[in-house]
Design a binder for this molecule. Sequence first.
Ligand code: AMP
Length: 551
Amino acid sequence: MLNAVERTSEIACAAVTSILDKTVAAYPGRPAMDFLGRHTSYAELGRLVAHAACGFQQLGVRKGTRVGLCLPNTPYYVICYFAVLRLGGIVVNFNPLYVEREMRHQIEDSGTTIMVTLDIRQIYPKVAAALKDTCLERIVVCPMSGILTSMKSVLFSVFKRSEVAEIPDDLRHVTFERLIANDGVVQAAAIDPLNDVAVLQYTGGTTGVPKGAMLTHGNLTANVDQLYRWVPASQPGYERMMLVLPLFHVFAMTVGMNLGIAFGAELILLPRFELDQVMKYITKKRPTMFPGVPTIYTALIAAAEKGHEDLSSIKVCISGGAPLPLEVRNRFEALTGCRLVEGYGLSETSPVATCNPLDSGGKAGSVGLPLAGTTIEVRSPQNPSHVLPAGEKGEIYVRGPQVMAGYWRKPQETAAVMDEDALRTGDVGYIDEEGYVFLVDRLKDVILCGGYNVYPRVVEEAIYQHPAVAEVVVIGVPDPYRGQAPKAFVRLRDGHNATVAELKEFLGEHLSRIEMPKAIELRRELPRTMVGKLSKKELVAEEQAAHGGGA
Ligand code: AMP
């Protein structure tokens, strides 16, 4: 409920490392991380961060130095993140699945001079290639075997030797071991939280050239404070946070790692999403919090429906990043007995702007209420200075202490999305009389159909109501009569059957004629973005290629 959230006191605005420092002081003996069975306490994490910070200082990191983290979820990420921030350095998040070209572009654009990565063949060579012809000067190489339990480490070195990359022994490479071989005494930089950038979070990959959203220390600590107030009945020092979403993504970085640390929670880090392993871990490690994207919850439902695993430890699930179909939420809650609430945000808002209340669960189909200190406005797309009344659809703008400082070295792109302190999101939605925010779609995804706006999200929600449907993506395709028309790509649930004709008949009762997909295609798999959200880009490109023009 709205009044359960403390909204009156000032939202935090501090150095990001203060989140870790407070927890290390309050819960030194509590577990901070569990990585494939290897445990690290908060006191140990604090020590490792101090030594790594000292090592980075010796490598020349100071205020403003951009240090890339190109790591899957491992303790190295957590340690290096806080070590760089302690010196006033800027963390640049890199997706380890980037191809060489993407890696190179982000290194050059951000001016990353030091990169931290793992010594495995899937990642290291792509980073090393950039040493030749970009501004990258040094690589800190973290050994995979160094973070496994001794037993797993032996197994890894025997069976996975072929996966380990060869690392040259030269001045441009520093091992993690060498990085932390010092006395750990370091002068922390003086941070101006309102203005000092902590993280460059690249975004816009699905729409165009990626841009680095500048998230300040104040932005990130504000969002953690806003979320801390949002989650009632938490038990600081005793929560366990399941982290399968990648930490290089802003959602996992804030809602998983930083919020988890603020709670004094144990971070259960998994380097990749493998359903069997995740289910096993839930039973064994009994996490209490589990942030995810809708596709993860869909997968958990499929596994839980088979009925062998005990998911009852989980108390809180926050879904974000993409629409959470009502059916998925209802099925997940019915199966697990745990609360699954949907939030909304962007890389540019650190990321959370709104969330459904955890105690009541909020409103079906809504992305919830603005967090404390956050204002959501719906403005007319034709006349952006006009704020629309409740119930009317328009473009969503966000104001609040979590809104970015702008895009890194891109004043024009910044000016295009910032109206003074309000961020233009590119999302269409409305606010109801009680202040709940409803998203309709992304402005760029709206299908212009014979003079009407058709929102793919509305069509997708209708298709999700069919019991055989697991996942669906709707896009606009060229239509000689209407200009554009909706087309649906559907993946059926395992063990279920439905023909296109049956789906169409079902939809006849749920959609208007204009919203009815002109085609429905059944697929075994649907494309996803690198963080696992369903992705439209590939399907739009396929349709463009098939029709020889703009979809
Ligand atoms: P990114 O910055 O890559 O995380 O993407 C942000 C975009 O994800 C937003 O502008 C929305 O279009 C979309 N998004 C985030 N949360 C939700 C949600 N709960 N429902 C629908 N779309 C969402």
